[in-house]
Structure formats: structure tokens, C-alpha cells
Design a protein. Structure first.
Length: 554
């Protein structure tokens, strides 16, 4: 039985060798492995029988010597391989690593690789001890990677001639199957690139440091330009330079960028460019919050409040001020705290809540004097004067105004000087001393125009119009009112627009021109409702009276 089985195995081997295209396919190699395993089983049996001295059968028959074992490894390194010997031998063939020449040639053609490369493929598979049934698939897998690798060499991105030369040589070595040599060449190319990268990074770091230094210098020049423009009361131009300073700063200088944006916003607010100022303030606030600068955060909240106050949104203005105040107290910023207290008081003063206004003004004044903030002191004195003025105590009001004016002129605070002159003019107007009033108003107007204070200019023009009206110079009065109204509408100063609209409406009412008066009075009441002005009811009554007369006239 064993002899018959061996004969069958030999016949199968002979058929496989006669059909190499099958033998070296995936199924053929698998069949070889099965045959090899079967031979091993038979040989093992024979060996065990001989070792036990099994007697020869009585019929005199003997077993055939087992055929030489067929292995599933390519292990003769390209030498002649004896497939079988003896009476059933199938002859001797020359292979490459155990592969028939015709099969080897077929793989070269199918895979599109060089003979040297294919030989290297087989060496790789042998070294990795790939099972016979996986040889075909693994061979094709290696060939695919081989082609992909060569494809990469079609475009060499380096502009270094030496790197290009090394990579061309590496490509040639890969094509020829000299993979170890290719590894060495690619390692040389990489090392050359690595050294070049290191040198470039060092150079870039030096250039980056030099660039940053230049950017800081440019930003400083812009800031100096801004201060030069501010000194000449060119606030719009100063704002432009502050913005440029913020833009040219290098990355990483967040605090300086936020500070410059705040400066730009402050100067735009001063000339009543509220929308742009608010945008810059919000950008600055966001940065200071991110970097955790609480003191600057409080300052920005205060500045934003002044935008809303100027636009007549007192509720939102007070909300921002009440966010700012506890932070300033927390970081012990007495100068900033006095400013915020003063601004809170101004909101109450606008609402005619004199009790709360005076309370906050006095707290502010104490802090100003404690920290020697003369500018803040003059502003607060001027504001306290307004409370006494509104309550009809003109002598006390004038006393505070004169103190504020003296300090403002001493420290060359043009903005406070202008405000105080305007307030002094209002006292003289109430006393019907129109010449003295007009003199103070005109001094105030000249300063507001000089420093670009559009809001202050509009307020003062409105007051000058009142003087001309009182003097019965109606043409001059109307002209000044219209200028004041145009400025208020241009800058979005709703409070001054409401006051001026009411003044023009009242002017036409007194002239008996009710049709002209009605739209101005209507607009004044509309804005007063938005601003929650304390004189809203009086204005409504006037509007209703005018409308009633108009209906009767129809």
C-alpha cells in the first residue's frame, strides 16, 4: 500500500513539473506542500518499521525505497536541484532559487520587474520564511510596492543637485534589486537634507528675531505718530496711527495690541465715530479677558459704557459701568474707580436723579484727590457744578465751574476746559446775560472745533442758537440749530438730536409755523421715549397741543 501511495505521489510530482504554469501558481505551490507533507508521513512510517526490525513478509515482497523528500522551501541558492532519484526519478531541472527558468521569466514579464529585482524579491520571501501557499500573493504584493516606489522617483522635488544625484542612483539600485545599496544612498540624501534643514531653521530663527524686532520698532513709530497727532488735537489721524500700530505688531504681543486698539477706539469716540470705536473697544476687551488682565478689562468696560451713554442708551451704559466698578475695586485701581464713579454719577444726572448723582460724584472726588488725579478732579468739579446749576443754585454752581476751569487750563485739559466754558455760558444764559453767555459759548466752540470734539461742538452750537433766539435774531438762531442737528444725526448722538429737534420745533411753534414744528416735535418725543428722558411728559404735551391746533385749522 505504501509503495502504491509513493508511486501515486511521484506521478503527481511528474505532472506538476510537466506543467510549470500550474506548479508555480498559488494552487500549484499549495499542492506541492500537501505532497511534501504526505511523503513525510510515509517515510516516517517506514523508518519506524525498520527501527522495530519488522520482518519481511512471507510472500517475499519488499517495499520500494521512499522517494527523496520534496520540500516547500527554495533552499538550494540557485544550484541544480534533484527532484527525484531511482527507478521513478523524474529527472533534473535548473531553477533560480528553486524556481524553473520559464516560470521565473514569466514572473518578470507579468510583474514588469527586472530579473535582478525578482531575484531579490525571492530572497526577501525566503528570509521571511513565507509559507509556500502565500508565495505567489506575497510576490505580487512586493512587486506592486516596488512599482509604487519607482513611481515616486519620477518627480524629485529637491533642488539640491547632490540630493537629486543620490536619488537617481538609489532608483537605479532599486530597479536592479540592490536594495541595501539603495538604502545607503537614500540615507545619504536624507542626511544632506537634514543638515540643510537644520541650517535653514537656524537662519529662519535669526531672521524671525530680526523681523520681530523691526515690527516692534515700526509699531513704536506708529504709536509715536499717534501721540504727535493727539498733541495737535488731530484725533481722527491719531486713531489711524494707533490702529496701524496694532496691525504691525508681531504675533505674541497681545497686550500691546489690545492697548493700541483701545487707544484707537478712545480717539474715535472722542470725535463721535461711535460704531468704529465700539468695534475696537470690543476687540480690545476680548484680548484683555483672554490674557486675564482684570485692570484693563475694567477700563474697557468703562470705555464701552461711554459709547452707549453718548448714543443715549443709558440703561446699557449703566450696566457696563456696574460691571467695571467692582473689578476696579478688586484690583485696587483707585484712579480707574474714581473715573467709573464719576461716569455712573453722570448717568443719574442725565436722568435728573440728583441725589444719587451727587453721591457718586463726591466719592469720585475723594479718590481723585487721594491719587492726585487733577484731570479727574476738574471733571468731577465741573459735574458737581451741573447738579447745583440744575437745582437753581447758580452761585454754588459757578464756584465749582470756576474751580474746574482753573485746573483744566492749568493742566491744558482742553476737553474739560471746553465743557466748563459751555456750562458757565449756560449760567449766564439763565441770568439773561446773553453777551457773557455768548462769549463763553464761542470760546467753548473754538476749542471743540480745534480738538475735533464733534459731540461738544453740537451741544455748543445748540446753545449759541438759543442766545440768538433770545436776541430775536431768528435767522442766525435757526442756522445754528440746523448745524447742531446735522452733527447730532451724523455722529449718532441721540440725546443732542432730541434736544435740538425740540428746540427747532419750539422755535417754529413760537413763530406760529405749526406745520413745520410738528415733525421736529414728533422726532424729539420719539427719541425721548427711547432715552427715557425726565422731560418726556412735557414734550408730549407740547406735541399734543400742536397737533390739536393743526386739526382745528383743518
Amino acid at each position: 500500500m505504501e509503495v502504491a501511495f509513493i508511486d501515486l505521489i511521484i506521478k503527481k510530482l511528474q505532472w506538476l513539473l510537466d506543467n510549470p504554469e500550474v506548479t508555480w501558481s498559488g494552487s500549484g505551490i499549495y499542492a506541492l506542500s500537501l505532497i511534501g507533507s504526505a511523503v513525510l508521513v510515509v517515510v516516517s512510517c517506514v523508518f519506524r518499521r525498520k527501527k522495530k526490525s519488522v520482518p519481511i513478509p512471507e510472500d517475499g515482497s519488499c517495499q520500494q525505497p521512499p522517494a527523496q523528500e520534496v520540500t516547500n522551501q527554495f533552499n538550494n541558492n540557485g544550484a541544480d536541484q534533484n527532484i527525484a532519484q531511482g527507478p521513478n526519478a523524474i529527472g533534473k531541472q535548473v531553477n533560480v532559487d528553486g524556481i524553473p527558468p520559464e516560470t521565473f521569466a514569466k514572473y518578470v514579464e507579468e510583474l514588469g520587474v527586472t530579473k535582478s529585482a525578482l531575484t531579490s524579491f525571492f530572497k526577501i520571501l525566503k528570509q521571511e520564511q513565507v509559507p509556500s501557499w502565500e508565495l505567489d500573493s506575497k510576490l505580487r504584493e512586493i512587486a506592486e510596492r516596488y512599482r509604487e516606489l519607482l513611481q515616486r522617483f519620477q518627480t524629485i522635488s529637491s533642488d539640491d543637485p547632490e540630493v537629486r544625484r543620490l536619488k537617481v542612483q538609489a532608483k537605479d539600485a532599486i530597479e536592479d534589486g540592490r536594495f541595501a545599496e539603495a538604502e545607503g544612498l537614500l540615507a545619504q540624501a536624507r542626511e544632506r537634507d537634514r543638515q540643510a534643514v537644520a541650517r535653514m531653521k537656524e537662519s529662519i530663527a535669526e531672521q524671525q528675531a530680526a523681523l520681530e524686532k523691526r515690527q516692534l520698532s515700526e509699531a513704536e513709530s506708529c504709536a509715536e505718530q499717534a501721540q504727535l497727532q493727539e498733541m495737535q488735537y488731530r484725533y481722527a489721524k491719531a486713531a489711524e496711527y494707533w490702529q496701524e500700530a496694532a496691525e504691525v505688531l508681531p504675533e505674541g504681543h497681545k497686550w500691546e495690541r489690545a492697548d493700541y486698539l483701545n487707544e484707537a477706539g478712545y480717539h474715535l469716540m472722542f470725535i463721535a465715530s461711535y460704531a468704529k470705536a465700539l468695534c475696537l473697544f470690543e476687540q480690545s476687551l476680548s484680548i484683555f479677558r483672554k490674557i486675564g488682565d482684570r485692570k484693563m478689562e475694567a477700563m474697557l468696560l468703562n470705555n464701552i459704557s461711554q459709547i452707549y451713554k453718548a448714543q443715549g442708551d443709558y440703561g446699557k451704559a449703566l450696566d457696563y459701568l456696574k460691571q467695571s466698578l467692582p473689578i476696579r475695586q478688586e484690583v485696587v485701581d483707585k484712579w480707574g474707580e474714581s473715573t467709573t464713579l464719576n461716569n455712573i454719577a453722570m448717568i443719574y444726572l442725565t436722568k435728573d436723579d440728583h441725589l444719587n448723582a451727587l453721591k457718586y460724584f463726591k466719592q469720585s472726588l475723594v479718590l481723585c484727590r487721594e491719587v492726585h488725579d487733577t484731570e479727574g478732579e476738574s471733571i468731577t468739579l465741573n459735574n458737581i457744578g451741573q447738579i447745583h446749576h440744575k437745582e437753581g443754585d447758580c452761585a454754588v454752581a459757578l464756584k465749582y465751574y470756576n474751580k474746574a476751569l482753573s485746573i483744566a487750563q492749568e493742566i491744558k485739559d482742553k476737553a474739560t476746559e471746553s465743557d466748563t466754558l459751555n456750562n458757565i455760558g449756560s449760567i449766564y444764559y439763565g441770568q439773561k446775560n446773553y453777551d457773557a453767555a455768548l462769549e463763553n459759548y464761542e470760546q467753548s466752540l473754538a476749542i471743540t472745533q480745534q480738538i475735533g470734539d464733534r459731540q461738544g461742538e453740537g451741544v455748543t452750537l445748540n446753545n449759541i442758537a438759543s442766545i440768538y433766539e433770545a436776541k430775536e435774531d431768528y435767522t442766525a438762531a435757526l442756522k445754528q440749530y440746523e448745524k447742531a442737528l446735522a452733527i447730532a444725526q451724523e455722529i449718532g448722538d441721540k440725546n443732542n438730536e432730541a434736544v435740538t429737534s425740540m428746540n427747532i420745533g419750539w422755535f417754529y411753534t413760537k413763530q406760529g409755523e405749526l406745520i413745520r414744528a410738528e415733525p421736529y416735535l414728533s422726532r424729539a418725543v420719539e427719541l425721548a421715549e427711547q432715552l427715557e428722558r425726565p422731560d418726556l411728559e412735557d414734550w408730549r404735551k407740547l406735541l399734543e397741543a400742536v397737533r390739536t391746533k393743526l386739526q382745528k385749522q383743518q
